[in-house]
Design a protein around this ligand. Structure first.
Ligand code: ATP
Length: 239
């Protein structure tokens, strides 16, 4: 199994606050990895370090993506390198239509026919988006925007998809739906690093998991085994 992402000795400090204190993690091709942990554990900061959205002076350690450093890669070049991120709070273009949002996700592609086929495919998965294709994305519900953000990210055919708290703020039914889609995308072979506070759903969907606590990775391993681990049960599954 080849390595898609390798993070080694990552430290991030915001001024005096050490948000990430030397973590290692790996994502291999085809894996769905869950990164779980309480509020403020440093999960989002870790994703931001991976995508280079933090000032370099705040970040120490090595991050290698497909065997190369991402240092200095501008956000809009990440898509060309087949790295896609769906941030917390989704980040759809609210004043563009749903169709236009999907087209934006495909802006690096030159196969117009393939792009249309992909849009049709996502419209099949998310009929809600199809019904509203010409509507401004800002008029969608939170869950629908999350779906659009995921579909948009997938339009770029990423080698690695980073998802930050996709279930946040959604109704239980929408959360189920989002996880159904995450499983489906994973079963199609797309490699995913999923940051989630909903530890149970994340570990149920994932192959492997990592727990972050106060800036450290405190546990890691097979996701099914983690679901059975008394420490995980007590601290993250409310059992
Ligand atoms: P959440 O689920 O709430 O996003 P998280 O695990 O993703 O939690 P981070 O957002 O990475 O945690 O935050 C880690 C720590 O860094 C927290 O103590 C947070 O207050 C702090 N922090 C995050 N962003 C900043 C910032 N821009 N400036 C200062 N401190 C920050």
């Amino acid at each position: 199994m080849s390595n898609i992402l390798k993070v080694a000795g990552l430290h991030v400090a915001y001024g005096g606050i050490k948000a990430v204190k030397g973590i290692d993690l790996e994502v291999n091709e085809g894996e769905l990895i869950a990164l779980i942990g309480a509020n403020g554990a440093g999960k989002t900061t870790t994703l931001k370090a991976i995508t280079g959205t933090l000032p370099e002076c705040k970040v120490e350690g090595t991050i290698s993506y497909l065997g190369e450093s991402l240092k200095g890669t501008k956000s809009f070049h990440l898509v060309e390198r087949k790295l896609a991120m769906v941030p917390e709070g989704r980040g759809v273009f609210t004043r563009m239509s749903i169709r236009e949002n999907l087209m934006m996700g495909a802006y690096t592609r030159t196969d117009a026919r393939g792009v249309e086929d992909d849009i049709a495919r996502w419209f099949d998965v998310f009929p809600r988006l199809k019904e509203r294709a010409a509507q401004m994305a800002g008029t969608l519900s939170g869950g629908e925007q999350q779906m659009l953000a995921m579909a948009r990210a997938l339009m770029s055919h990423p080698k690695l998809l980073l998802l930050d708290e996709p279930s946040m703020g959604l109704s239980p039914i929408m959360v189920e739906k989002i996880f159904e889609v995450i499983r489906k995308v994973s079963s199609e072979g797309i490699t995913i690093l999923l940051v989630e506070q909903n530890a149970r759903l994340a570990l149920q969907a994932a192959h492997r998991g990592y727990v972050m606590d106060s800036g450290l990775v405190t546990m890691g391993g097979n996701a099914a085994a983690m679901l059975d681990d008394p420490r995980v049960k007590a601290a993250y599954l409310g059992e």
